[in-house]
Ligand binder design. Structure first.
Ligand code: FES
Length: 576
């Protein structure tokens, strides 16, 4: 497609670079032609491909191949592809936590999009923090964009059993710690669980964010669930390359697609899927980049009216491979159609309702109906109470039934280091009714809110057969975690939230049905403890870590940096 053939009249950014006859036009053409691009190629829309391949990111190991298929599609549709790198965030590798780098990746991607002659972009993401970072960047840069995720791994296989990363990683290491499996058996499991390219294959954060990209309308239908090694993902990559040229031709931008209604669709799909609690933070951050507030109440309201219908681990039985065979996100959205805004525009250039025409469920055990759900409510509940005045989250579908309403005595760990030091101490005063409390693991505290909210069960209780307890923190959890895990307590302990004031022996009440999380300590005693409270020392005294510490927002505000919000929303939310 030559630039003259477009539907809209606004000049493309690439035209300003490559078609001016001035000094800079000369330089841009000359330097770019030296890479082998012809004059004719520079007269076509320039399509950026954000390739996040990295040998330090297992989930993106196949991206160089996928990029080739995207390029095919771009050339076929009359665009000129130009691949570029950004930061890549591989969940298991980056310490202290990948959340430290989500905002950095969002900034990196946004500035790459804004600073280059890119008319449209295909964003290749997959591992947990990459897709939210790219959606945040797309929201801020607002140039035509399509997300192409790398797809989930094939199911792990061992002894006839289907294994899932990383839900079974926890199970294997737990049983090893309890002395039930040997070192050799653990090594065999390590090799069997991850056996192909792709991201984690349960409904963890990566699968949740891939589903969200699709539900928002920012990825082509069917994108989320196609396994990474399946040839149909390459077909979809080619199609994505074609479609981004079409989006440029039509002038359709992310803010035309990511409306409030589209965000509500994404929340509905997350709740129906038993999606990751991390998605709440990411969706809030994306909404705020678009200039919209997305309070936790919206999630709870949508959760309350959305049945949980996707039978995927960690909340259910199957994994992404079976989800794909059952019809994937389009089939799930078809089941939910009455609960969705069907008129939302998508990257196909058509609406959600148009895209869902013809979608159907092929395996009723994987995708249930709204009439016969796995649970009448969505996967995540928002808890309130004096322990988390600004909210806390629980993935209610993954909580053991006997703990959904519970009162127990707190066993407090002051920090992640304190937890590591004492959790397996044989003298720790704890039993199965105790409530484990971890402080100083929030956005500023740990730092950067690591996924350590799945507080380990103390070894002595494990050996007695205990496999779930109520655990409360201001940390996050992996989307692959399971159990009675209350996370994202806000305000966090490190800024003086009431979590900071809990002491071992205090009584804590959890009641998921009534959304209550109460610390049974009188107000005057809390005031006394607050007067004696001292904030922990920041972990950084320079560099990006210090910037993160000083500017990160709390979990209920998406953990973005305050200065990345649109100015008007920043004033409204933060009073600046
Ligand atoms: Fe990348 Fe799990 S490690 S999605």
């Amino acid at each position: 497609m030559d630039n003259e053939e477009r539907d809209h009249v606004e000049p493309l950014k690439s035209e300003r670079y490559f078609q001016e006859k001035d000094l800079w036009g000369f330089i841009h053409r000359s330097f770019t032609k030296s890479m082998g691009y012809s004059e004719a190629s520079l007269r076509k829309p320039i399509i950026g491909i954000a390739n996040t391949f990295s040998e330090l990111n297992k989930c993106h190991s196949h991206f160089n191949e996928l990029v080739d298929y995207v390029k095919r599609g771009v050339w076929q549709a009359g665009g000129t592809p130009m691949e570029f790198p950004t930061i890549s965030i591989g969940e298991p590798y980056i310490k202290p936590t990948t959340m430290l780098l989500r905002n950095l990746m969002a900034m990196d991607t946004e500035e790459m999009l804004k600073g280059h002659p890119i008319d449209g972009v295909v964003l290749l993401g997959g591992c947990d923090k990459t897709v939210p970072a790219q959606l945040m960047a797309a929201a801020s840069a607002n140039i035509p964009a399509i997300v192409l995720t790398g797809g989930p791994m094939l199911n792990g296989r061992l002894g006839g059993r289907s294994l899932g990363a990383c839900t079974d990683c926890y199970g294997f290491t737990l049983e090893h710690k309890a002395g039930n499996i040997s070192d050799e058996e653990l090594a065999v499991a390590e090799d069997a669980i991850c056996r192909s390219d792709g991201h984690c294959m349960v409904m963890g954060t990566a699968s949740t964010m891939a589903s969200i990209a699709e539900a928002l309308g920012m990825a082509l239908p069917g994108c989320a669930a196609i396994p990474a090694p399946d040839s149909r993902r390459r077909h979809l990559a080619e199609e994505t390359g074609k479609q981004i040229v079409e989006l440029v031709r039509q002038g359709i931008r992310p803010r035309d697609i990511m409306t409030r209604e589209a965000l509500e669709n994404a929340i509905t799909v997350t709740m129906a899927s038993g999606g990751s609690t991390n998605a709440i933070i990411h969706l809030i951050a994306i909404a705020q980049r678009l200039g919209m507030k997305l309070p936790l109440e919206t999630f709870d309201e949508i959760s309350a009216r959305t049945p949980f219908i996707l039978n995927l681990r960690p909340s259910g039985q199957y994994q992404m491979e079976e989800y794909f065979e059952a019809g994937g996100v389009p089939a799930l959205m078809k089941e939910l159609e009455e609960l969705l805004h069907g008129d939302c525009l998508t990257v196909t250039g058509e609406t959600i309702a148009d895209n869902l025409r013809g979608a159907r469920t092929l395996d009723r055990d994987v995708i249930r109906t709204v009439e016969e759900p796995l649970d009448t409510q969505g996967g995540i509940a928002v808890l309130r109470g004096n322990l988390a005045p600004d909210g806390a989250l629980v993935k209610q579908t993954a909580v053991s039934a006997h703990l959904k309403s519970h009162i127990g005595r707190a066993v407090v760990f002051e920090s992640p280091e304190d937890l590591t030091r004492r959790i397996d101490d044989p003298d720790l005063e704890v039993d199965e009714t105790s409530v484990l409390v971890l402080k100083n693991a929030g956005p500023k505290g740990a730092p950067a809110m690591p996924e350590i909210g799945q507080i380990p069960i103390p070894r002595k209780l494990l050996q007695q057969g205990v496999r779930d307890m109520v655990r409360i923190s201001d940390a996050r959890i992996s989307g692959t975690s399971y159990g009675a895990l209350i996370v994202h307590a806000a305000p966090e302990a490190a800024v003086g939230g009431n979590l900071a004031l809990v002491q071992s022996g205090d009584r804590i009440e959890l009641d998921i049905a009534s959304r209550r999380l109460i610390l049974h300590v009188p107000d005057d005693e809390l005031a006394r403890r607050r007067a004696a409270w001292q904030p922990p020392k920041p972990h950084y005294d320079r560099g990006y870590g210090l910037l993160f510490h000083e500017r990160v927002l709390q979990a209920n505000l998406g953990c973005d940096f305050d200065f990345l919000l649109p100015a008007e929303l920043r004033r409204e939310l933060l009073g600046e």
